[in-house]
Write a protein that binds this ligand. Structure first.
Ligand code: CA
Ligand code: CA
Ligand code: CA
Ligand code: CA
Length: 332
């Protein structure tokens, strides 16, 4: 096919425009294994114990008894503290258009009853994780992996009540309530929720499979920290339901994720991707996979902060104009 010289020039321009736009696009993945990154669980019933070097990150909740009751000791709440090293990405920084937190499953028993309501039953009702951001100017951002505990964790309790209400099984997050009923200033900001994925034909969620959380609030939270020249961001994740939910299979279940210390993933040989097929090969594709960090401090199954810097709407619009011009030219 013969192309008009002008048409060819235009085509080249559009192609160059497209390449230039996508050259600006980048996905940055930062694992907790990088630099000053950290991951640690904190537990209310062991309020002075540090779990920073554990090979599991977990969250659970059950609250059957009030504070003071002798059985309150059997109640539980634990949350996960994640610190990501954003050194070198700070101002003047390219804002991200989309930001995610990625966790990977450590359990070999995340069956339907742990994810959705199979008791009532109401399969559409699922639990998941709630995420919070620690104020970028809070002095608690300096928390250390080998010293953080429930009692000293930033954002749990209040300045007069560190660690919260000393009632096991209640979430003690100190956050700004979006409806205005809570405090005007608090260390934590709610960033949103990620439900556990639906199972489909799987018998359970696979070891190494991802739980991906993203929201506009998370994107804004991270972009503001970048613009302010911060070197790290702290994000807290905990189980979504309240520990009083009438679904016993959710209560006190330890939802486990892989921290940077989990250098080899669990073996998950009973994983079945298709329970409708009696002949498919069993086993998680990530069974016993390596989670060792590479030379850049990146480990593939550790908690990750993922920033997508996609082409700006303006350059996409320009690209669209180029295509429109091309089409107009061809019609002549
Ligand atoms: Ca850790
Ligand atoms: Ca309690
Ligand atoms: Ca409590
Ligand atoms: Ca099967």
């Amino acid at each position: 096919m013969k192309l008009h010289r002008g048409f060819r020039a235009c085509l080249a321009l559009v192609a160059c425009g497209a390449i230039a736009s996508y050259a600006n696009a980048a996905t940055i993945k930062i694992a907790t294994s990088k630099g000053i990154g950290a991951d640690a669980e904190v537990r209310d019933h062991q309020p002075t114990t540090n779990f920073g070097s554990s090979t599991e990150l977990a969250t659970r909740i059950v609250d059957n008894f009030p504070v003071g009751n002798t059985s309150d000791g059997s109640d539980r709440f634990s949350a996960m503290y994640l610190k990501f090293d954003i050194t070198g990405l700070a101002a003047p920084a390219t804002p991200s258009n989309s930001t995610s937190v990625r966790l990977t499953f450590r359990n070999t028993n995340l069956t339907a009853n742990r994810i959705s309501d199979t008791a009532t039953p109401n399969p559409a009702l699922r639990t998941g994780l709630a995420f919070y951001g620690l104020d970028r100017d809070d002095p608690g951002n300096s928390w250390a992996e080998n010293t953080i505990t429930y009692l000293n964790a930033p954002g749990l309790g209040s300045p007069t009540s560190p660690g919260g209400d000393f009632n096991n099984g209640t979430k003690d997050y100190d956050f700004v309530d979006p409806d205005g009923s809570g405090p005007l200033h608090a260390p934590l900001t709610p960033l949103g929720v990620a439900l556990f994925p639906t199972l489909g034909t799987q018998n359970h969620l696979a070891v190494g499979e991802e739980l991906l959380f993203s929201s506009a609030a998370l994107n804004a939270f991270v972009n503001q920290s970048l613009a302010a020249g911060k070197t790290s961001v702290t994000i807290i994740a905990g189980i979504l339901h309240d520990g009083k939910v009438p679904i016993n299979d959710w209560k006190n279940f330890n939802y486990l994720f892989n921290p940077k210390e989990m250098l080899t993933l669990n073996t998950d040989s009973a994983y079945d991707a298709d329970t409708t097929d009696p002949n498919n090969t069993l086993g998680s594709p990530w069974s016993a996979a390596s989670n060792a960090a590479d030379a850049n401090g990146f480990s593939p199954f550790s908690p990750q902060l993922i920033m997508d810097r996609v082409p700006e709407p303006s350059s996409l619009a320009l690209l669209g104009l180029g295509v429109a011009a091309l089409v107009a030219r061809r019609r002549r």
